[in-house]
Design a protein around this ligand. Structure first.
Ligand code: HEC
Ligand code: HEC
Length: 312
C-alpha cells in the first residue's frame, strides 16, 4: 500500500496534477481488486451457494454410494442385533458429510470397523453435492467459512501469540486425554483409537469439533465458543511448525514415559552393571570346588566332560 501511494505520488509529481495521482491509485486498486476476485478460488467456493441442482446431483451420488448403509433417504439401516449398518443422517448437517467424505472416512468399506482416513473417492464438487443433499434432509451444522478457522490477518504478533497460548490451554484441558499431549493420537477403549492431529487441515479440525465423529465428543458452540475453536486450531497449526529439539522425543508422552525410560534404561542399566561386576568377582572362587566335585556327581555311563577328563 505504501509502495502504491509512493509510486502514485511520483507519477503525480511528473504530471504536476494532484488529482492524477489519485486517479492512478484508484485505477490500480480497481485492477488488483478485480484480478484478486478473478483468481481467488475462495470467493466462488462459498458453501452457502447450494442450488437445487446440487441437491439433486447429490441425491444421485448418495443412492449409488451411500444408500446401502444409510438408507435410500438417509434414514439409516438398523441391523438385527440392534446396531446400525449406517446411522441416520437426518440432522447431521453438511459439515459432517464434508468431514467424513473429505477425509476419506466415508464411504465405509465394511460396517462395524472404525472409520479411518482413506484416499478420498469423490472430488470437491461431488462432496459439496453430497453435503447439500444430506443438509437438505434436516438441520445441522453447515460447512464453516474460512474465517471461522483461521486467525484474522490483522492481529498483532502479541495478539496472535495470546490466541495460540489460549488455544494450548483449551487443548490441554479438552483434547489431551484422547489425542495425547502433542496431538499424536492414542488408543481408545474397545480397540478404537484417536488419530494424530498433525497435518489435519484446519477445516476438518473445525468440523470434527462441530460434529464429534464416532467416539469423539461434540464440542458445540456452547462448550467451546467459535473463538475458542479457532484458537485451538491456531495452536495445533503452531505445534506443527515447531521442530523437535534434538534427541529422541520418546513419543513426547510427557513425564510418565520419560520417567519410565529413566527407570528401565538408566537404573536398569546400573543394576545390570552391578550384577556383572558381582558375577566376575565371585567366579574365581566358584570354579575351584566345582572341578573337584564334578567326577563324583557324574552317573557312571555319562560321557566325561573335557574338564573331568583333564583332572583324571
Ligand atoms: C458400509 C456402510 C457405509 C457406507 C457405504 C457409507 N457409510 Fe456413512 N457411516 C457408516 C457407519 C457405520 C457410520 C457410523 C460410524 C462412523 O461414524 O464411522 C457412518 C457415519 C457417517 C456419517 C457421520 C454421521 C454423524 O453422526 O455425524 C456421515 C456424514 C456419513 N456416514 C456419510 C456417508 C456418505 C455421504 C456416504 C456415501 C459417500 C457413506 N456415508 C457411505 C456406514 C457407511
Ligand atoms: C473422548 C476422546 C476424544 C476427545 C476428548 C477428543 N477427541 Fe478428537 N477424536 C477422537 C476419536 C476417537 C477420533 C476418531 C474419529 C473417527 O475416526 O471418525 C477423533 C478425531 C478427531 C479429528 C479428526 C482427525 C482426522 O484424522 O481427520 C480431529 C481434528 C480431532 N479429533 C480433534 C480434537 C480436538 C481439537 C479435541 C479437543 C477440543 C478433541 N479432538 C477431543 C476422540 C477424542
Amino acid at each position: 500500500m505504501r509502495l502504491l501511494t509512493r509510486s502514485a505520488g511520483r507519477l503525480s509529481r511528473h504530471r504536476r496534477k494532484p488529482l492524477a495521482g489519485l486517479a492512478v491509485l484508484l485505477m490500480a486498486l480497481l485492477i488488483t481488486g478485480g484480478a484478486y476476485s478473478m483468481f481467488s478460488p475462495g470467493a466462488q467456493a462459498e458453501p452457502t451457494s447450494t442450488t437445487d441442482e446440487d441437491i439433486q446431483a447429490g441425491r444421485e451420488l448418495f443412492l449409488v454410494g451411500c444408500s446401502t448403509c444409510h438408507g435410500a433417504n438417509g434414514e439409516g439401516i438398523p441391523t438385527v442385533g440392534g446396531t446400525q449398518y449406517g446411522p441416520s443422517l437426518i440432522d447431521v448437517g453438511a459439515a459432517s458429510v464434508d468431514f467424513q467424505v473429505g477425509t476419506g472416512r466415508m464411504p465405509l468399506a465394511q460396517p462395524g470397523q472404525q472409520a479411518i482416513r482413506k484416499p478420498v473417492i469423490y472430488d470437491d464438487d461431488e462432496i459439496r453435492q453430497l453435503a447439500a443433499y444430506v443438509d437438505s434432509l434436516g438441520t445441522g451444522p453447515s460447512i464453516p467459512d474460512e474465517s471461522a478457522y483461521t486467525l484474522p490477518g490483522d492481529l498483532t504478533e502479541e495478539e496472535r501469540d495470546d490466541a495460540i497460548s489460549r488455544g494450548g490451554q483449551i487443548f490441554l484441558t479438552n483434547c489431551t486425554a484422547c489425542h495425547n499431549f502433542d496431538g499424536s493420537g492414542g488408543a481408545m477403549p474397545r480397540g478404537g483409537f484417536a488419530p494424530t492431529l498433525r497435518g489435519v487441515e484446519s477445516r476438518y479440525i473445525y468440523e470434527a469439533l462441530l460434529t464429534g465423529p464416532q467416539a469423539m465428543p461434540t464440542f458445540s458452540d456452547g462448550n467451546l465458543t467459535p473463538d475458542e475453536k479457532r484458537d485451538v486450531i491456531a495452536y495445533l497449526k503452531k505445534t506443527e511448525e515447531t521442530p523437535g529439539y534434538g534427541g529422541s522425543g520418546l513419543g513426547n508422552l510427557g513425564p510418565v514415559s520419560e520417567g519410565l525410560f529413566a527407570w528401565l534404561v538408566g537404573i536398569g542399566g546400573l543394576v545390570g552393571f552391578a550384577i556383572w561386576i558381582a558375577a566376575h568377582t565371585t567366579r574365581s572362587s566358584k570354579t575351584k570346588p566345582s572341578t573337584s566335585k564334578a567326577p563324583v556327581n557324574l552317573p557312571s555311563g555319562a560321557p566325561a566332560t573335557p574338564e573331568s577328563g583333564a583332572s583324571a
